[in-house]
Design a protein around this ligand. Sequence first.
Ligand code: SF4
Ligand code: SF4
Length: 472
Amino acid sequence: MIKSHIISESLNNNSYLINLHDNKIYYLHKKLLNAIKDSELNNKIKKSNYYSKKVEFLKKHAILPQSIFMEESITENVFKANIVEHYFKNPKHILFEVTEMCNLKCRYCIYGDMYHSYGNKDRQGRSLDFAQAKLLIDNITCDNKSSKIKKNISFGFYGGEPLLNFDIIFNIVKYSISKLNEHYNISFHMTTNGTILNKYIDFFIEHNFFITISLDGDALANSHRVYHNQKPTFMDVYKIVKQIQTLYPSFYEKNINFNTVIHDLNDTNSARKYFIREFKKNVNCETVSKFGISDNINTFSRGILDIKEDEILDKDQMLNLCTMFIDSYAGLVYSKYTDLNNINYNKKILATSTCVPFSKKIFIKADGSIYPCENVPHNNYLGKIHLKYIDIDFASIADKYNAILKDCYATCKNCYFFRTCGICVIQKEVNHNFKCASYKNQKSFSNYASAIISYIESNPDLLNIIKGRLLQ
Ligand code: SF4
Ligand code: SF4
């Protein structure tokens, strides 16, 4: 059982009460803090003491929790077969790995020699067949046919290099429009290495594709991105991007974005400056993956992982943590107006932050195997799309998730980080004897809150940025 509130002190000696019952953070005057501590210790309350009376008043009006311990907020066994089925038939986003093939051999590729995970050994250059994609699109039921308001659905294309299987992209786009356009606003997204993008650009413009091009910066920064014969790719991609920027300026401005991997030859600061200067774009930066690295990688590969101290990445990470903290504990963030009428403080939430399968997306690998997203290990699929039928058992998926969560429940119900932990147990491949590195007891949660609040206190401008993000 966890306490219903935590008191945390910032490095600037300010005290805050985090009410975990209704998710609110209160700044505490020192005398009020002492009165709360007194009342917790059940000391005799001096009736004449203004702050003691105030504690009683705040409790009476449920601003301070009335009891020291919280009712259990975590629940287990919540995945139901019909809910999983509903999401599978009414997806918001479907991501297709249209091919395992790639015309590049980037040195840090998660499917390359540096890594042992991600199902690398199973990659055989397979491509998805349109018959499989069609079965999945036909399976979409659209639960609001009677409504005049269209739902949103997006299709993403991923690889390998997706453009090596352009035919299936073409067919999926045409078929999904013919089949779903009446009830859905459809959008298309693709991540590409950009080396042959010019060949198909007219099609992507016609269908308003949102395209992310992977590029690590200038020629030197991009030099881990090479063809199979080790030839650099920078100049080819650069020319194609410039061509699109010149010939189709409004498409370029609205629909083209960049993704950069940070490794030993670049850093976030120089990457961001480069993309603004050269392409008039902000760039999304992510570091080379440190998960699943082979034990026997060579010295050169180990060097790639040698990322410079990156102040900007640290700042980005702190901003993300602060945003998550305010979103989860400030108690004032509602995603819809109607949520204001449905505030339920006793609502139980799921152990861990694992999503209901398919509620966020459906990911189909080139061999037809089905996953809840691309970030989970690629060896534990939830079903398979064959050429003529879909093999999926919603009851056994629900059972599987429930069994995993049951294993986590005993730990999570005592964890103070339960509202915002961000841990996906499917991603982490947790099965038995769940031990969570992010588990927080009362003290470690209070320290965590103190670090976040101290950072915000020292960087007050952050609050406006956070507000902007939460209102998006
Ligand atoms: S990482 Fe886990 S929680 Fe996130 S979308 Fe994938 S399956 Fe869901
Ligand atoms: S941090 Fe770990 S122990 Fe805590 S709620 Fe999340 S998954 Fe459970």
